[in-house]
Design a protein around this ligand. Structure first.
Ligand code: 13P
Length: 247
Protein backbone atom coordinates (compact mmCIF):
# COMPACT_ATOMS: atom_id res chain seq x y z
CA UNK A 1 0.00 0.00 0.00
CA UNK A 2 1.22 3.46 -0.86
CA UNK A 3 1.26 5.82 2.11
CA UNK A 4 1.49 9.58 1.54
CA UNK A 5 4.65 10.80 3.28
CA UNK A 6 4.30 13.29 6.10
CA UNK A 7 6.93 15.69 7.41
CA UNK A 8 6.24 17.57 10.64
CA UNK A 9 8.36 20.31 12.21
CA UNK A 10 8.43 20.28 16.01
CA UNK A 11 9.71 23.69 17.04
CA UNK A 12 9.79 22.68 20.71
CA UNK A 13 10.16 25.84 22.86
CA UNK A 14 11.75 27.83 20.04
CA UNK A 15 10.70 30.34 17.43
CA UNK A 16 8.30 33.25 17.52
CA UNK A 17 6.22 35.48 15.29
CA UNK A 18 9.11 36.12 12.91
CA UNK A 19 9.61 32.39 12.34
CA UNK A 20 5.87 31.96 11.80
CA UNK A 21 6.04 34.66 9.13
CA UNK A 22 9.16 33.38 7.36
CA UNK A 23 7.91 29.78 7.41
CA UNK A 24 4.53 30.82 6.02
CA UNK A 25 6.15 32.78 3.21
CA UNK A 26 8.51 29.96 2.29
CA UNK A 27 5.87 27.22 2.48
CA UNK A 28 3.62 29.18 0.12
CA UNK A 29 6.05 28.02 -2.60
CA UNK A 30 6.08 24.37 -1.47
CA UNK A 31 4.74 21.95 -4.08
CA UNK A 32 6.03 18.54 -2.99
CA UNK A 33 4.03 15.35 -2.55
CA UNK A 34 4.55 15.06 1.22
CA UNK A 35 1.94 16.31 3.65
CA UNK A 36 3.60 19.04 5.72
CA UNK A 37 2.75 20.00 9.31
CA UNK A 38 4.20 22.83 11.40
CA UNK A 39 4.06 22.57 15.23
CA UNK A 40 4.92 25.91 16.89
CA UNK A 41 4.40 26.64 20.62
CA UNK A 42 0.81 27.28 21.80
CA UNK A 43 0.86 31.12 21.66
CA UNK A 44 1.68 31.08 17.93
CA UNK A 45 -0.87 28.51 16.78
CA UNK A 46 -3.67 30.88 15.84
CA UNK A 47 -1.48 33.31 13.94
CA UNK A 48 0.33 30.42 12.25
CA UNK A 49 -3.04 29.12 11.03
CA UNK A 50 -3.87 32.54 9.64
CA UNK A 51 -0.56 32.87 7.82
CA UNK A 52 0.23 29.34 6.64
CA UNK A 53 -1.15 28.14 3.31
CA UNK A 54 -4.32 26.05 3.75
CA UNK A 55 -2.54 22.94 2.46
CA UNK A 56 -0.01 23.07 5.30
CA UNK A 57 -1.16 21.34 8.48
CA UNK A 58 -0.87 22.83 11.94
CA UNK A 59 0.00 20.82 15.04
CA UNK A 60 0.37 21.40 18.77
CA UNK A 61 3.17 19.89 20.84
CA UNK A 62 1.13 18.87 23.87
CA UNK A 63 -2.44 18.75 25.19
CA UNK A 64 -4.32 18.15 28.41
CA UNK A 65 -5.46 14.65 29.31
CA UNK A 66 -8.77 16.22 30.45
CA UNK A 67 -11.59 17.63 28.32
CA UNK A 68 -12.19 20.91 30.23
CA UNK A 69 -12.46 22.38 33.70
CA UNK A 70 -10.33 23.53 36.62
CA UNK A 71 -6.88 22.56 35.33
CA UNK A 72 -4.88 25.78 35.52
CA UNK A 73 -2.30 26.11 32.80
CA UNK A 74 -3.58 23.22 30.71
CA UNK A 75 -4.90 23.40 27.13
CA UNK A 76 -7.78 21.20 25.95
CA UNK A 77 -7.85 19.38 22.62
CA UNK A 78 -11.09 21.19 21.67
CA UNK A 79 -9.23 24.52 22.08
CA UNK A 80 -6.49 23.31 19.76
CA UNK A 81 -9.14 22.35 17.22
CA UNK A 82 -10.63 25.83 17.50
CA UNK A 83 -7.18 27.38 17.00
CA UNK A 84 -6.96 25.53 13.68
CA UNK A 85 -4.82 22.53 14.61
CA UNK A 86 -5.18 19.25 12.78
CA UNK A 87 -2.53 17.34 14.72
CA UNK A 88 -1.14 17.05 18.25
CA UNK A 89 2.22 15.54 19.23
CA UNK A 90 1.68 13.12 22.12
CA UNK A 91 4.24 11.45 24.38
CA UNK A 92 7.38 13.12 23.10
CA UNK A 93 10.39 11.74 24.97
CA UNK A 94 11.09 15.18 26.44
CA UNK A 95 7.64 15.10 28.04
CA UNK A 96 8.06 11.51 29.19
CA UNK A 97 11.48 12.27 30.73
CA UNK A 98 11.19 15.88 31.96
CA UNK A 99 7.50 15.94 32.92
CA UNK A 100 7.12 12.30 33.94
CA UNK A 101 4.30 11.55 31.51
CA UNK A 102 3.20 7.94 31.84
CA UNK A 103 1.87 5.61 29.15
CA UNK A 104 -1.55 5.86 30.82
CA UNK A 105 -1.56 9.66 30.68
CA UNK A 106 -0.36 9.58 27.07
CA UNK A 107 -3.20 7.20 26.19
CA UNK A 108 -5.68 9.63 27.81
CA UNK A 109 -4.22 12.48 25.76
CA UNK A 110 -4.46 10.35 22.62
CA UNK A 111 -8.16 9.78 23.33
CA UNK A 112 -8.77 13.49 24.01
CA UNK A 113 -7.09 14.45 20.75
CA UNK A 114 -9.22 12.06 18.72
CA UNK A 115 -12.40 13.06 20.56
CA UNK A 116 -11.75 16.61 19.33
CA UNK A 117 -11.39 15.34 15.77
CA UNK A 118 -7.62 15.83 15.65
CA UNK A 119 -4.86 13.39 14.70
CA UNK A 120 -2.45 12.32 17.44
CA UNK A 121 1.23 11.94 16.54
CA UNK A 122 2.29 9.38 19.12
CA UNK A 123 6.03 9.38 19.84
CA UNK A 124 7.90 6.29 21.02
CA UNK A 125 11.61 5.71 21.48
CA UNK A 126 14.31 4.04 23.52
CA UNK A 127 17.18 5.59 25.49
CA UNK A 128 20.79 4.72 24.74
CA UNK A 129 20.94 2.50 27.85
CA UNK A 130 17.83 0.63 26.71
CA UNK A 131 19.31 0.12 23.24
CA UNK A 132 22.65 -1.06 24.59
CA UNK A 133 20.82 -3.52 26.87
CA UNK A 134 19.10 -4.98 23.78
CA UNK A 135 15.70 -3.68 24.86
CA UNK A 136 14.84 -1.40 21.94
CA UNK A 137 12.02 -3.51 20.48
CA UNK A 138 10.50 -4.26 23.87
CA UNK A 139 10.53 -0.59 24.89
CA UNK A 140 9.09 0.90 21.71
CA UNK A 141 6.52 -1.85 21.13
CA UNK A 142 5.55 -1.60 24.79
CA UNK A 143 4.97 2.16 24.49
CA UNK A 144 2.83 1.57 21.38
CA UNK A 145 0.89 -1.36 22.81
CA UNK A 146 0.08 0.56 26.00
CA UNK A 147 -1.90 3.03 23.90
CA UNK A 148 -3.41 0.32 21.66
CA UNK A 149 -4.63 -1.51 24.77
CA UNK A 150 -6.15 1.69 26.19
CA UNK A 151 -7.87 3.13 23.11
CA UNK A 152 -8.25 0.12 20.81
CA UNK A 153 -6.40 -0.59 17.59
CA UNK A 154 -9.17 0.92 15.42
CA UNK A 155 -8.17 4.37 16.70
CA UNK A 156 -4.87 3.99 14.85
CA UNK A 157 -6.71 4.43 11.55
CA UNK A 158 -6.67 8.14 12.49
CA UNK A 159 -3.22 8.47 14.02
CA UNK A 160 0.46 8.85 13.19
CA UNK A 161 3.31 7.19 15.11
CA UNK A 162 6.80 8.69 15.31
CA UNK A 163 9.84 6.60 16.24
CA UNK A 164 12.35 8.91 17.93
CA UNK A 165 15.34 7.19 19.52
CA UNK A 166 16.14 9.38 22.54
CA UNK A 167 19.89 9.12 21.87
CA UNK A 168 19.41 10.65 18.41
CA UNK A 169 17.36 13.68 19.48
CA UNK A 170 19.28 16.94 19.29
CA UNK A 171 22.59 15.06 19.38
CA UNK A 172 23.51 15.15 15.71
CA UNK A 173 23.75 11.35 16.01
CA UNK A 174 21.02 10.08 13.73
CA UNK A 175 20.00 6.43 13.56
CA UNK A 176 21.32 4.86 10.38
CA UNK A 177 18.64 4.19 7.76
CA UNK A 178 19.03 0.46 8.50
CA UNK A 179 18.69 0.93 12.27
CA UNK A 180 15.61 3.10 11.83
CA UNK A 181 14.02 0.80 9.24
CA UNK A 182 14.50 -2.21 11.54
CA UNK A 183 12.59 -0.54 14.38
CA UNK A 184 9.90 0.79 12.04
CA UNK A 185 9.35 -2.71 10.63
CA UNK A 186 9.11 -4.08 14.16
CA UNK A 187 6.57 -1.41 15.16
CA UNK A 188 4.47 -2.08 12.09
CA UNK A 189 4.59 -5.83 12.73
CA UNK A 190 3.56 -5.25 16.33
CA UNK A 191 0.54 -3.24 15.20
CA UNK A 192 -0.22 -5.85 12.50
CA UNK A 193 -0.60 -8.43 15.26
CA UNK A 194 -3.52 -6.24 16.40
CA UNK A 195 -4.86 -5.36 12.93
CA UNK A 196 -2.96 -5.95 9.65
CA UNK A 197 -4.89 -3.40 7.57
CA UNK A 198 -4.44 -0.58 10.04
CA UNK A 199 -0.75 -1.45 10.36
CA UNK A 200 -0.34 -1.21 6.58
CA UNK A 201 -2.01 2.19 6.35
CA UNK A 202 -0.37 3.75 9.44
CA UNK A 203 2.18 6.48 8.76
CA UNK A 204 5.36 5.85 10.76
CA UNK A 205 7.69 8.86 10.99
CA UNK A 206 11.34 8.86 12.02
CA UNK A 207 12.69 11.62 14.25
CA UNK A 208 16.14 12.32 15.66
CA UNK A 209 18.73 14.58 14.01
CA UNK A 210 17.06 14.47 10.60
CA UNK A 211 18.79 17.03 8.37
CA UNK A 212 18.54 17.99 4.70
CA UNK A 213 21.54 15.78 3.92
CA UNK A 214 20.38 12.56 5.60
CA UNK A 215 16.62 12.77 5.09
CA UNK A 216 16.37 11.20 1.62
CA UNK A 217 18.08 7.94 2.65
CA UNK A 218 15.96 7.65 5.78
CA UNK A 219 12.73 8.38 3.93
CA UNK A 220 13.63 5.86 1.21
CA UNK A 221 13.27 2.98 3.69
CA UNK A 222 10.13 0.93 3.09
CA UNK A 223 8.60 1.45 6.53
CA UNK A 224 9.64 5.08 7.03
CA UNK A 225 6.84 7.39 5.88
CA UNK A 226 8.39 10.75 6.67
CA UNK A 227 9.90 12.56 9.60
CA UNK A 228 9.39 14.51 12.80
CA UNK A 229 11.98 17.26 12.63
CA UNK A 230 13.32 19.29 15.54
CA UNK A 231 16.32 21.59 15.04
CA UNK A 232 16.24 21.50 11.25
CA UNK A 233 12.61 22.68 11.24
CA UNK A 234 13.64 26.05 12.68
CA UNK A 235 14.78 27.50 9.37
CA UNK A 236 12.52 27.48 6.34
CA UNK A 237 15.27 26.45 3.92
CA UNK A 238 16.33 23.31 5.76
CA UNK A 239 12.75 22.34 6.64
CA UNK A 240 11.58 22.61 3.05
CA UNK A 241 14.63 20.71 1.80
CA UNK A 242 13.66 17.88 4.17
CA UNK A 243 10.03 18.01 3.00
CA UNK A 244 11.28 17.70 -0.56
CA UNK A 245 13.40 14.68 0.37
CA UNK A 246 10.18 12.77 1.07
CA UNK A 247 9.25 12.24 -2.58
P1 13P B 1 16.07 16.97 16.42
O1 13P B 1 15.67 16.90 14.97
O2 13P B 1 16.51 18.33 16.85
O3 13P B 1 17.04 15.87 16.77
O4 13P B 1 14.73 16.68 17.28
C1 13P B 1 13.95 15.59 16.98
C2 13P B 1 12.69 15.67 17.76
O5 13P B 1 12.68 15.49 18.96
C3 13P B 1 11.45 16.02 17.03
O6 13P B 1 10.34 15.81 17.82
Amino acid sequence: MKRTPLVAGNWKMNGGQSLVASMATALAEYQGVADVVVCPPFPYLASAREQLPAAIGLGAQNVSDQAEGAFTGEVAASMLAEAGCGYVIIGHSERRALYAESDAQIADKFAQVQAAGLIPVLCVGETLAEREAGNTDAVVCGQLQAVVDAVGVAAFARAVVAYEPVWAIGTGKTASPEQAQAVHARLRQSLAENDPDIAQSLRLLYGGSVKADNAALLFAQSDIDGGLIGGASLTADSFIAICQAAE
